[in-house]
Write a protein of this length. Sequence first.
Length: 588
Amino acid sequence: MTTRTLSRHLVTLAFAIGLMAAQAVGAQEADLVFLGGRIWTGDDVQPWVEAVAVRGNLIVAVGSDAEVARFTGDGTRVVLLDGRFVSPGFIDNHTHFNRAGALLLGVNLLEVSDAEGLVEAVRETVTRLPRGGWMVGGSWGAYEQWATSSTGRGDDLNKPAGLFRPDRTLIDAVSPENPAILWNWDRSQFLANAAALDAAGADCSWDGVECEDGSPTGRVTPQAASRIRSVIPPKTMDQKLAEARLALARLREHGVTTFFDITPPEQVEVYHELRRRGELTSRVNMRMVLDTWDEMRHSGIVEGSGDRWIRYQGLKGFVDGIMGASTARFFEPYLTTGVPGNWRNSTNTGHVSDQGSGMNPPGNMERLVFGADSAGFNPRVHAIGDFAIDSILDIFAKVIEVNGPREGRRFAIIHNQVLSGPEAARRQAEMGIIAEMQPYHTIDDMRWMEERIGGRSRWAYAFKTLEDAGVLLSFGSDWPGTNAAWYTSNPLEGMYAATTRQTLQGTPAGGWYPEERISAETALRAYTVNNAWVAGEEHVKGKLLPGFLADLAVLDRNPLERPPEELKDVKVIMTVVDGKIVFERPKT
């Protein structure tokens, strides 16, 4: 008899004994019981158990198989785990949910760089869109671009020779009823199909419409593309819901039971409509932009407003740009552009305000952080370059000193990408500032970072330095990514990135700056326990303990006992949210 077979017999025996005990003592039965597992609770006192019982939307018991089997009854669904791993449901600290849904339903051309790929992607997108629905964006050529020229040098970056320049003849036949206005990754090229040109009344008389032999080629200038886009009707609620359903399906397949969303105001009603229909399968912490703090306060919205499904949590500000565009702000110039990067002076969420949620005009960020903190909100501020990180730490320090102690203050630096050195990490720890990071960035950005900032790359994504200093690590995805990259929503691939610092293909050998690798348990904690604390929900979420919400993920193997290189291959086989199984992988 094998060890696994013996274990299964013992679990079955425990279940039978527990059922008899429950009937004898009248124990209240659970709705869902997991037995025979390797269950990581996230709790320091009792980190490992064999079994979990769920009643309604709460965990009612954890412990040995014999202890938990007492909660089984005729109406209990019993899941025999057969040694599989269970953890608290994953919490993603950073998504752009509406954009992810739009890409999943619409057109995603990031990996497209030739005619065959474009035709196939457009044809496949048409099968998902409603008849007459517009196809917008796509960002073709992103990965081709970086393979050709990754240095960020002027025209080299924007228009290197020989890159793909499609015309409408490629896509007209496969999108006759769906208008399409597509563009490449840096929006230097735009392509409209015949249906889009007709819808806008665009012809050769328009400035910016390229024509050959008196007929539009479909290539248009940014200005002409803007005129075409002006006729696109607003998305209907039905389309927004269709996009959201696809995004939710992807999250539950990856074991994500809560996500933090950088939420445009029009998305709020989508979440509430999904909940009304019983279709919301992940909890959402909505994060508006920082310059809305006063407006939100006057509307009666405070930090944590809402319920356990939809709530307001934190406000996002912006210090600098991004590495992908060489606009993150550094003390020293980029090696490739000769400039140190830019301060941000507006949002990237479409919110319009008098001042924006950035650093300009001078003093704007300090004013916003002071105001938000005084009103009880927690600023979460995007900072990527070393000068940007040090600058927001200066502002946070001043606000904390002037405003004095405040219960529930949990400031964070979003991305926290390139430190000026270990002293920055020590200072961040002393101030109690959270590092809200997205580890998959590491293995995507490393392909060109050293070209741009040289030896400063040593302090990029410095997970171990931050952990050793005592900074709380919070992990997420930044899903779906940027105009130049697709970021996975799979936390296990994020854990892989943090523990190996290698691409999915396993390069470089040993990892990129391997001294910054962290353990799988540290990474798992950053996706569960720590993110619950960031949200102020540490008493109800992020651990598997009695009285906590029944949000959990069942994996096909134990990620804490496998080589880090295997983490990218670990599969979620079941996701439970609010006590209900919302995803179950078919057995093969």
